[in-house]
Every structure is written in C-alpha cells, then in structure tokens.
Write a protein that binds this ligand. Structure first.
Ligand code: 5GP
Length: 175
C-alpha cells in the first residue's frame, strides 16, 4: 500500500488539458525518480505472478504504453511488441479503426511480430473510455492470439472502460 500511495502521489493532475473540462493525469513525474519505477514494476510483476498463469508476450500501446511495456517485458524475459498508430510500422500490418477520448484513429501491428495463439498482456498508461484497449484486444484477436490481461497504471473508474472488453483489467491507481 505504501508503494501504491507513493505512486498515486506522484501522478500529476492538470485541469482543463488538453481541453476544458478534462483533468489530464500525467505519468511522466514517475520517471523522474527511478525508485518509483521500481515500485511500479514490483507491483506489476507481483500481480502477474499471482494472477496470470499463461502469458508469453507484452503488447504496448502507442505512445505511453511504450514506457512501461518494454521495462516489464524485459523484467519478465518475454517479447515486447508495439501497437502503433497507422502508417508508422513497416512491413505487413494488421489494422483496426478505433475511437478515443479526443477523436478517432487507426491502430496497427506487424503481422509477424505476434506468434499465432500467443497469450498477450496489453499495457498502457491509462484507461479512460476503454476504446483504445478494446481496439487493441480486437486487433490481437485478428492476429489469431489471445489476451490474458489488460494492465494500466491509471484507471478513470467513472468511465467504466474495463466493461468495453471481456478480458480482466488490472490498474495500479484509480481516480
Ligand atoms: P481511452 O481509449 O480509454 O478513452 O483512452 C485511453 C488512451 O488515451 C490512452 O492511450 C491514454 O494514453 C490516453 N489518455 C486519455 N486521457 C489521458 C490522461 O488523462 N492522461 C494520460 N496520460 N493519458 C490519457
């Protein structure tokens, strides 16, 4: 609990960003102090070890899923695979259109990057409406793989994003 409190204290809130009425939760302050990243990884590893039997791939969502995703994958000694916005990944890609809190976009994944029938954990910084996570779930399914967990540092619980897909969600900090 001490670790969680410290993490929550260091997420900075910015009212009316990027537009009025929205409170933006900024996770970058966590990266100013490596001991906070130790805490984040400690809790995530503990959660995975105790709750997820089979996993073999960490999937990070552009762009802030690329901050924690690779660190976690490295610690767990499993591959890290990015899902990016359209047009940024070379080679053959699978794609899916999605909606997010501030507009709409398209996600892509390199087809060869996930082995069929993989058991994937999706990682992102924050779960809001759940639109991004749901699209990532659908994109991975399109590639013939499974999602065993969605992990986010922050969950905006009033938006009920976790109800957008059937797979379980784990969040460190809830607002
Ligand atoms: P959703 O698709 O769940 O509505 O929105 C989640 C996505 O939007 C995440 O990829 C996240 O990075 C971004 N996002 C939305 N609101 C915030 C916020 O307040 N703080 C941060 N750090 N990211 C946000």
């Amino acid at each position: 609990q001490k670790r969680l409190d410290r993490i929550k204290m260091n997420v900075k809130s910015f009212p009316d960003f990027p537009k009025s009425g929205i409170i933006f939760r900024d996770i970058f302050p966590l990266f100013h102090d490596p001991s906070l990243i130790d805490d984040v990884l400690y809790i995530l590893k503990h959660h995975i070890k105790n709750n997820i039997k089979n996993y073999d791939t960490i999937i990070g969502l552009e762009s802030r899923g690329f901050l924690i995703g690779p660190l976690l994958a490295y610690e767990l000694r499993v591959p890290f695979v990015p899902i990016r916005k359209a047009g940024k990944l070379p080679g053959k890609v699978e794609s899916i259109a999605y909606e997010l809190e501030y507009g709409s976009d398209k996600f892509e994944i390199q087809i060869d990057s996930v082995k069929p029938n993989s058991n994937c954990i999706i990682v992102d910084d924050l779960l809001a409406t759940g639109g991004s996570a749901r699209s990532a779930v659908e994109l991975i399914r399109k590639c013939g793989s499974n999602i065993v967990n969605v992990i986010v540092l922050i969950e905006l619980i009033d938006l009920k994003g976790r109800l957008q897909y059937p797979e379980p969600t784990f969040s460190l900090v809830k607002f």
